[in-house]
Design a protein around this ligand. Structure first.
Ligand code: ASP
Length: 597
């Protein structure tokens, strides 16, 4: 080794040290996690990726090493040669896996000093996330982030091993490509060699994986990076990773089967959790009816009860008028919550209002059973009896009702349902409730632009029973598409694809994509479909969300090594940043910014 680079190189890692090492000499390399100077003795907690071990520097045994220990500070990189010994009785640290032993230093070498870190791992959770993102490399040294990185690695390897066993091939697809319609804006990359032309970064490898099916690959997967320029929410990132999958000659059941077994293996091998298969399945229509959302959390019951017909002619005009104007009246039964105080009920009403409801009707079920509420006097005896029966209410229950247009009823009750489950402690820690939601609508109506949009993407095969509706009532066409939801989090979307050009053409027509535009945007795919495209379908579980779930994290940035902020910025590097004028000239690009406000 070249002069000057030689160092006291490790022959052991910190985290493995225990009683079986006692008496052995080891060389350790790592970072100073903490240093305590006890006047005579200095204790250094030395940390590497495998764990932490206590090193003792005794001035009477090794004065030179002790002098070095006097200089070192937190996050210095240190090499130590020493003897492992059992800690003196009473000084063991049961919190630390290596806590029965310590290393008595004989020699030490500072491999690199460190500035005083802007935060310590101990107070990481109190540290502003902006600081942690700026010094991401320091944040990643924390045991929690190291565990998350390791878990992510393990999850990726488990998925790869499983899918390989199942006969899938991992195929990489280009990052510089054409726009893929997944509902977000594209990130564009200008081409220097074709001035005025742009690549789009893939929102997903959707068209490419379909082409791989035409190419005879039959079973494809890729841990694919998907880039979407969209307004970011807490669990979104401008670039995310999907376990992108596609299979030929399959029906939805085949895809469900392989994904269920993959996740079963993944949960088992990473966190030792047992997922029961097959997963439950409901249709989109049923999910909306029973839970008000297409991603219901199935860990608790609290289903929505439809009261619309029951109160259509009620004296209580909030109900009857809403029904007359095409609205719905629905509610949930919060069992044993009749003890809620007026201020708690007001608070729930505010909560419902925050989620778009005009108000919240609450009814306490008292002995009888009878209903107690300011609105009870407007409800006839039959209506009251009907409500009690529909809610299967018993004395002690609290009935919460929203009357509004269907979309608002669904949204506010979905929120309320989850909020009540939280307040009532209905969610068992460690419970996993996966659910397939199937038969999504093919199209969504864009009221502003007065046109149909693809609910998922334009390549989903319509339900075979609904093909005729394409001409008569597109809004009722179901797609052969599905979502996987776990504990209320949408984890994957997929569909059986259109492999026939005539059907694809019809869908483009309905979406208002002219043949010329279709040719320009997807001509390469349509062309391929003329050369014997097999029936095929696929799915793409979101890998970041999956790891977030396995790690028990609530923030997706905690499972991504170098994430971006909500404003799509990398605080560590300062990306995005202005381009070099010379580079812009070569690309024939002139930047014109709007006037500053
Ligand atoms: N490409 C789709 C998506 O990113 C997933 C799929 O249909 O396989 O949502």
């Amino acid at each position: 080794m070249a002069e000057g680079i030689a160092f006291l190189k490790r022959n052991c890692i910190c985290g493995v040290l225990g009683m079986d090492y006692v008496g052995r000499e080891v060389i350790l390399n790592g970072w100073v996690n903490r240093r305590r100077d006890h006047g005579g003795l200095i204790f250094v907690d030395l940390r590497d990726r495998s764990g932490i071990v206590q090193v003792v520097f005794d001035p009477s045994h090794a004065p030179e090493a002790h002098a070095i220990a006097q200089e070192v500070r937190t996050e210095y990189v240190l090499a130590v040669r020493g003897i492992v010994r059992k800690r003196p009785a009473g000084t063991e640290n049961p919190e630390l896996p290596t806590g029965e032993v310590e290393v008595v230093a004989r020699e030490a070498e500072v491999l690199n000093p460190s500035e005083t870190p802007p935060f310590s791992h101990q107070d990481r959770t109190q540290t502003d996330e902006f600081i942690r993102l700026k010094y991401r490399y320091l944040d990643l040294r924390s045991p929690r982030m190291q565990a998350n990185l390791e878990l992510r690695h393990l999850a990726a390897q488990t998925v790869r091993a499983f899918l390989t066993e199942e006969g899938f091939w991992e195929v990489e697809t280009p990052i510089l490509f054409k726009p893929t319609p997944e509902g977000a804006r594209d990130y564009l990359v200008p081409s220097r060699v074709s001035p005025g032309n742009f690549y789009a970064l893939p929102q997903s490898p959707q068209t490419l994986k379909q082409l791989l099916m035409v190419a005879g690959v039959e079973k494809y997967f890729q841990l694919a990076r998907c880039l979407r320029d969209e307004d970011l929410r807490a669990d979104r990132q401008p670039e995310h990773t999907q376990i992108d999958m596609e299979m030929s000659f399959v029906e939805p059941d085949d895809i469900f089967d392989v994904v269920e077994r993959m996740l079963q293996r993944l949960f088992q091998e990473t966190i030792g959790a047992e997922l029961k298969i097959p997963f439950e399945r409901i249709t989109y229509a049923e999910a909306l009816r029973r839970f008000g959302t297409d991603k219901p959390d199935m860990r608790f019951p609290l289903e929505l009860v439809d009261l619309t017909d029951l109160v259509a002619n009620s004296q209580f005009q909030v109900f009857s008028r809403t029904v007359a104007s095409g609205g719905q009246v629905k509610g949930i039964n919060a069992k044993d919550c009749a003890c809620y105080t007026r201020s708690q009920l007001d608070n729930l009403t505010d909560f419902a209002k925050q989620h778009k409801a005009q108000g919240l009707v609450w009814l306490l079920v008292k002995e009888g059973p009878v209903l107690e509420s300011p609105v009870a006097k407007f409800l006839s005896e039959e209506e009251q009896a009907g409500l009690i029966e529909r809610f299967q209410a018993r004395p002690g229950d609290l009935l919460l009702i929203v009357a509004d247009q269907p979309a608002i009823v669904a949204e506010s009750l979905d929120w309320l349902r989850r909020e009540m489950a939280r307040r009532m402690g209905l969610i068992q820690p460690g419970a996993w409730k996966p659910l397939w939601v199937v038969e999504f609508p093919m199209f969504a109506w864009n009221e502003e632009e007065k046109r149909w949009e693809a609910e998922h993407h334009p390549f989903c095969m319509p339900h075979p029973d609904d093909l005729d509706l394409l001409d008569t009532d597109p809004g009722r066409v179901r797609a052969q598409s599905y979502d996987l939801v776990i504990n209320g989090v949408e984890l994957a979307s997929g569909s059986i694809r259109i492999h026939r050009r005539d059907i694809q053409q019809k869908i483009f027509d309905l979406l208002g994509i002219t043949p010329e535009e279709a040719e320009k945007r997807f001509g390469f795919l349509l062309k391929a479909f003329e050369y014997g495209a097999p029936p095929h379908g696929g799915i793409a579980p979101g890998f970041d969300r999956l790891v977030m779930m396995l790690a028990g994290e609530e923030n997706i940035r905690e499972v991504i090594a170098f994430p971006k902020t909500q404003r799509a910025q990398c605080l560590m590097s300062g990306a995005p940043c202005e381009a070099d004028p010379q580079a812009l000239r070569e690309l024939h690009i002139k930047v014109e910014l709007p006037p500053q406000e």
